[in-house]
Design a protein around this ligand. Structure first.
Ligand SMILES: Nc1ncnc2c1ncn2[C@@H]1O[C@H](COP(=O)(O)OP(=O)(O)OP(=O)(O)O)[C@@H](O)[C@H]1O
Ligand SMILES: [Mg+2]
Length: 278
């Protein structure tokens, strides 16, 4: 993890490789006749310390890209480099290459991502030490992590269903932070929340980014949210990048027809979504 002094700003060291460098990535999902090219020659660069927004309608491949970054989906072709180091093609189950930056994904569905039979402390203990997963020696660190996501540290022995939707997302963020990530990939983590709860989570992410020097890939349908949190943005359409650049440039001077149509539909309106559902 970078030092807090570089917090909140993308590093300008031109010699350092970007934290994320996705080059000509093709991901094919399904088998045989149902095989589909879900990511079609995607390029993406995220500098250390930057916040990058990923938008696109449902099915455009956003979650697939997120999973490719954590090694769940393998490239059919192309390459993913993290801090200049190629992500192993067989995923991350084997030995981690030395110096490979850590990526943590806060997944789209908190119900499937948190085990309902485990307390918050047990969930975080497992993230801290997957082999032993013992709560007692990790109490101090669990408290700190819960405080970092602004949850009551005394609630560590409760179960996920005893928390609100927004609190569950904070638990999912705390679990991701337990692995000391360089890059946090947040996949639609505010989509199911009301506007006030959503604002609290966005504020938390900005704070974590500044304090911990985290790099963020922020995935959302919601253009207003992406505009608020991202320095740069990538627009996906049917698995292809149709627009990429500094957020303000893309919003002010969209080059792709698709992006222009999105913005023309309702530029910057709070809660406006690509599917028109919000
Ligand atoms: N395991 C799979 N096998 C075959 N196709 C898949 C598989 N997983 C996802 N897909 C397809 O890949 C496409 C992209 O899915 P993905 O989940 O990445 O989209 P998304 O942009 O995250 O959408 P949403 O906004 O709804 O979350 C979809 O058409 C989906 O049906
Ligand atoms: Mg998705």
């Amino acid at each position: 993890m970078t030092a807090p002094t570089s917090a909140g700003t993308a590093t300008t060291d031109a010699a350092a490789p970007p934290l994320v460098h996705v080059e000509d990535l093709v991901v094919v999902l399904g088998h045989g006749r149902s095989a589909r090219t879900v990511l079609d020659h995607v390029d993406l660069t995220v500098a250390r310390g930057a916040a990058h927004g990923l938008v696109g309608e449902s099915g455009s491949g956003k979650s697939t890209l997120a999973k490719a970054l954590v090694g769940v989906h393998r490239p059919a072709s192309g390459q993913i480099r993290l801090g200049g180091i190629p992500l192993p093609h067989r995923g991350l189950r084997g030995r981690r290459p030395d110096g490979l930056p850590r990526v943590q994904l806060v997944p789209q569905d908190p119900w499937s991502s948190l085990d309902p039979r485990r307390t918050v402390a047990e969930t975080i203990a497992e993230a801290l030490d997957p082999r032993r997963a013992r709560v007692a020696p990790a109490r101090g660190r669990i408290r700190t992590l819960l405080e970092q996501v602004r949850l009551d540290p005394d609630a560590a022995d409760r179960y996920p269903h005893q928390f609100s939707g927004g609190q569950r997302q904070r638990i999912a963020v705390a679990r991701a932070l337990a692995a000391d990530p360089d890059l946090l990939v947040a996949d639609e983590i505010t989509s199911a929340l009301d506007l006030t709860t959503q604002a609290g989570i966005l504020d938390l992410l900005a704070d974590l980014r500044a304090r911990l020097g985290l790099t963020m890939l922020f995935i959302s349908h919601d253009l207003a949210v992406v505009r608020e949190v991202s320095d740069e943005v990538t627009v996906l359409l049917h698995g292809r990048v149709v627009e990429q650049g500094p957020t303000e440039d893309v919003f002010a001077r969209p080059s792709a027809d698709y992006t222009r149509r999105l913005l023309a539909a309702d530029p910057g309106a709070p809660g406006f979504t690509l599917d028109g559902a919000g």
